[in-house]
Design a protein around this ligand. Sequence first.
Ligand code: SF4
Length: 499
Amino acid sequence: MSHNGKLYIETVGCQMNMLDSELVVGALRQKNYELTSDIKAADTILFNTCSVREHAEHKIYSQLGRLKFAKRQRPNLVIGVMGCMAQKDQELIFDRAPHVDLVAGTGQLAEIPRLIDESRATRERRTALSLGRRDGSRDEVAGSFESYDPLRDPEMRPSPYQAFVRIMIGCDKFCTYCVVPATRGPEQSRPPSQILSEVRTLAGQGVKEVILLGQTVNSYRHTENGQLFRLSDLLSLIHDTPGIERIKFVTNYPKDMTTDLLEAVRDLPKVCRYLHVPAQHGCDEQLKRMKRGYTIADYREMMARIREIVPGCAVSSDFIVGFCGETEEAFQKSMDLIRECRFKNSFIFKYSARPGTKADDLWSDDVPEDVKKWRNNEMLALQNSISEEDNADFIGSTVTVLCEGPSKAALKKYGQPVENRSDSSNAFTAGNPAGTETHKLQLMGRTDCDRIVVFDGNPRLSGSLVEVDIHDCTPTTLLGSIVTHALTHGMEFTLPVVF
Ligand code: SF4
């Protein structure tokens, strides 16, 4: 049933959530929904939620609270909650926000258009949820989590030149602090032929860079036509897709960083020399409590193999501070690991106790909030100093950058609300802000080791690989100027262009 209405969608959380939102909006646009960034103008409101930390849930519940009386003005309004919090809290969401119409888990995305139509037509609540991990055999539970990979709508991507490609769903690692195995179900790898055809479709839509997604992406394994495909095999399979310039994959699991995978990163030119491998902690006792499945010695051995097989490879990580029972001494071991591994950057989080996780069942959240905050800031300061020192090594060099478009600063300066992107709350303009076609803008892009680079240039460079001379840096960004090649008397000169 087509519907000429306005859709507002807000997405919090990880890249997997951003992809889910992109796909759901793509499906609703096929039914004539128009995306709006004005929540007051929408007759359908969706929240794509995250449960990794308490704060992310609170944010959505307060948003829902603000919509309590919205239906008085807009009786035709449908409010829906999707994503990890939907699968985790299920009907509890209706108790806390009785004005919500539908709840759909991560494994039920394909049902969302139908649920919206039905709840609008009947004014009754609708749910689509997957089984809990103890509600059946592994196969039954896995079967209740559908991988949702409809035809891609280029209009829906935050950047027309980059696209996420889901290669697996779920996770079976059961780290004690994590809700993902419950909210995204058992680990399932998609057939390589499906992934290849999706990458070809994306290349045909002008995508230059694909980012392969999985909770533990290097655990990818799928047998098709009697042939086993590991991630290294999948990378080889999609490597020669015409039009694709770069391939990245996130997030890796330390114990699954195999030598065949590292050799694929070394030998396949389009595969970026960038690996995101969360360590989470630098102390063996804490890693054991987290049930991470490896020791610091294992992590060090992995880092040594990365350095040996892929010299110059950028490695980034994740760390949790303030996990149950973390002493100052244990915390300092995480700091030591950062000093030793010199990560490009690390995502640092304060432990947030999650109901339904083993850690929450077994241990109290005993590290005081102010201590968590102090440790978080100490670790961030250390990581930033290392990131800036490493970025400074690029000053005076020339790097190749995939230009993604105007930088955040340029968008802020020229910012225009978006009417057709997959997340209404993230105003984004692909292409050129009005009246800037001929202007030079601050552009941004990334190197193949995933370093962010900003430089001035014509927005028409978006989607192309450009060379940039680096002349300054911050902990998070390289600053440079574009290099153009001039022809004089048949001889090619390379001139730095400074605006
Ligand atoms: S590997 Fe651990 S932290 Fe990562 S998604 Fe799986 S359970 Fe969560």
